[in-house]
Design a protein around this ligand. Structure first.
Ligand SMILES: [Cu+2]
Length: 357
């Protein structure tokens, strides 16, 4: 799996050498931990013909508090000021306060040829959301709190990765992917209404497990070795196709990220990464998702975010650990401009294990 990629002198130099650092020549190819991008990046590498790789990723995103645009707002501000677009109260009456999104992602890669690698991804999703319900049709009297959750298979993805350029130092990988609507979009939960009743309703958009539509997921990834260091960049998109059976389309997403990594030894590298992403709001409407809560409004979805963080890649280079990889990355947002009111992200953690043979 580690290609004939690396010729860098692996034990030299300080973190983030000037980009002019010369690539040490004359050494034969060796495995290095930063031959894979930080674990939060997907579809960054390819395999040689006949190689397989199995992977497991755990991703966790925590959200809390709310914003309108870049401005933080309180639950009381939301229920006094933000209109309810559906029948009932004039303003929103239920406010989400915290959300945890977890994903267990199983993946397999296969080098079909030296140029084309095939990849499949199966996500298992688990979401929980905490809410605050305000009493009656108006005012700021707190009635109570409730939690909803959803769990199950998300949208599976099938991808082809293309080795567009690879000279041992510099690698360019193109990706074309198709996501299928295998995740449920009709999950329900019991809620606490402002009238103090507890009906079971279809959950709002962020709590659903899938998109309900096919999507194409192109990406382009570039990586270059600079001695013991490496730098890389990726564009990553999710373009939804058509409208789902419930009557809506999730917003398209575009992300641009860049990282720098340094290999302290062939078996360990650390990285810094920044990523800017943009997601559009939802087009259309699910007629069964109509409640005085921001998450039920298709307009209050998506926005722009810039996050940055650190990662570590570990690679087994000999003995029984050879070809095993373990990696972790943590990203924190430092800029969020949300189509809000919407919950803001606190952090995203990705832990991954990969094994190639
Ligand atoms: Cu792989």
């Amino acid at each position: 799996m580690f290609l004939k990629s690396s010729r860098g002198s692996l034990l030299a130099a300080a973190l983030f050498l000037p980009l002019t650092a010369a690539v040490a020549g004359g050494e034969h190819a060796a495995a290095r931990a930063d031959s894979h991008a930080p674990i939060g990046v997907m579809g960054d590498h390819v395999h040689k013909a006949g190689e397989f790789m199995a992977s497991y990723r755990y991703m966790r995103m925590e959200m809390s508090g709310n914003r309108i645009g870049r401005k933080e707002v309180s639950p009381e501000f939301i229920v006094q000021n933000v209109p309810n677009r559906f029948d009932g109260p004039g303003t929103l009456r239920v406010v989400p306060t915290e959300m945890t999104m977890e994903m267990h992602m199983l993946g397999v890669m296969y080098g079909w040829t030296d140029t084309v690698t095939l990849m499949a991804m199966l996500p298992v999703v688990a979401n929980t959301m905490q809410h605050l319900t305000f009493q009656g049709m108006s005012g700021t009297d707190r009635l109570g709190t409730f939690e909803t959750s959803s769990e199950g298979i998300g949208d599976i993805g099938l991808f082809a990765l293309f080795r567009l350029h690879d000279d041992g130092h510099q690698l360019l990988v193109g990706r074309m992917g198709l996501r299928a609507p295998t995740g449920s979009v009709d999950e329900t939960a019991q809620v606490l209404t402002p009238m103090n009743t507890r009906p079971t309703l279809r959950m709002p958009y962020p709590m659903q497990l899938g998109s309900g539509t096919y999507a194409v997921t192109p990406a382009l990834t570039w990586r270059r070795y600079l001695g013991a260091a490496s730098i890389g960049a990726q564009y990553d998109g999710v373009l939804q196709l058509g409208r789902n059976d419930e009557g809506y389309t999730l917003g398209d997403q575009h992300a641009l990220g860049a990282w720098a990594a340094y290999g302290w030894a062939p078996w360990v590298s650390t990285s810094l990464r920044a990523r800017a992403s943009s997601r559009e709001s939802i087009q259309g409407l699910d007629r069964r998702i109509m409640a005085p809560i921001q998450t039920a409004n298709p307009d209050f979805q998506g926005g722009d975010r810039i996050e940055a963080g650190v990662g570590v890649n570990l690679l087994g280079v000999d003995g029984p650990l050879r070809h095993h990889r373990l990696a972790m990355e943590m990203l924190w947002p430092f800029y969020q401009d949300l189509n809000g009111p919407q919950m803001e992200a606190d952090y995203t953690l990705t832990v991954g294990y990969q094994y190639a043979w």
